[in-house]
Design a protein around this ligand. Structure first.
Ligand code: NAP
Length: 284
């Protein structure tokens, strides 16, 4: 990679940041398109976030991704926030438009893009979301945006209730419910469900035998999306496929959220397969 005087900088702010796969994915895209950019990780402690954001302006950085724990706190430091991110209350992409910093989110849209690339249009699908953390928020907002009915089950019920209340405030017309995360409650829901999304870390390396729901509830004609991508074939994916369901892991959500950010910064179409291969060759 040839870094020259006019090379433009993109990057990611997070804490921790050393595990991030974004530099691998974005720099592969930069090389493939032969454009004069570089993407670098920035370790930003919470107390340094305001100065780090100021640094985007001061150093004319083209754009940054924002990851844990900054996605919500960063909003107050930006000049402009998209309507979608305002409603969500979270930003994962900052674009520097001639010194004005615009916040956006590509997590949820990346999830939907990747799921629709696998299965076609999902508008209006009846979805069971397991988990109620940060990624569940991104996923449920994106699904609500395309008119899906959403049932949420989480180990800590109060967090699911909070998420449903948040959805209810933003999407007045939607159908959002909380159910218990147990075999009986899920057993009653599953026959009415088209898509199951695991947004918990259950099943992620090293807990590779973990599964977020009883496997016997999985069946044919069910779509199963596991946000976990390490291991590539999670137990949830394996058990779903064994029972005739169509299942994918979270690799392509990671790729599409990055691709959407890349397109905002460069104005160029992101090379999806290059970005995917870069991650596969690096870690998974
Ligand atoms: P988070 O905000 O910390 O939320 C974690 C969720 O997992 C909570 O709902 C938590 O339940 C649940 N959970 C954790 N351990 C559990 C267990 N042993 N049994 C049942 N539930 C459990 O994390 P996050 O940011 O949403 O990330 C969650 C997972 O999604 C991670 O594996 C992450 O790698 C993956 N992810 C993937 C992508 C992608 O691009 N593919 C993007 C974002 C996240 P409680 O509320 O009860 O604690």
């Amino acid at each position: 990679m040839n870094v020259l005087g006019h090379t433009k900088v993109m990057g990611v702010f997070g804490h921790p940041i050393s595990h991030s796969l974004s530099p691998v994915m974005h720099n592969a895209a930069i090389r493939a398109l032969n454009i004069d950019y570089i993407y670098v990780p920035f370790h930003v402690l919470p107390e340094n976030l305001p100065r780090a954001v100021e640094g985007i302006r001061a150093m004319e950085i083209a754009g940054v991704n924002v990851t844990i724990p900054h996605k919500e706190h960063v909003i107050e430091h930006l000049d402009e926030v998209s309507e979608y991110s305002t409603r969500l209350g979270s930003v994962n992409t900052i674009t520097n438009v001639e010194g004005r910093l615009r916040g956006d989110t590509t997590d949820g849209p990346g999830f939907v893009r990747s799921a629709e690339a696998a299965w076609g249009k999902l508008d209006g699908c009846r979805t069971l979301v397991i988990g109620a953390g940060g990624s569940a928020k991104a996923v449920t907002f994106a699904l609500a945006e395309i008119g899906c009915e959403i049932v949420i089950a989480n180990r800590t019920r109060e967090r699911a209730v909070e998420l449903v209340e948040g959805l209810g405030k933003v999407f007045a017309a939607g159908t959002f419910r909380v159910v218990e995360l147990d075999g009986q409650a899920l057993g009653e829901e599953i026959p009415k469900i088209d898509l199951v999304v695991n947004t918990t870390s259950v099943g992620m390396y090293p807990d590779v035998d973990g599964i977020p729901m009883p496997p016997d509830l999985l069946r044919r004609n069910l779509l199963v999306y596991d946000l976990v991508y390490n291991p590539a074939r999670t137990r949830l994916v394996a058990e779903a496929e064994k029972r005739g369901a169509s299942a994918v892991n979270g690799l392509m959500m990671l790729v599409y959220q990055g691709a959407l950010s890349f397109e905002m910064w460069t104005g160029l179409e992101a090379p999806i397969s290059v970005m995917k291969d870069a991650i596969l060759n690096d870690e998974c």
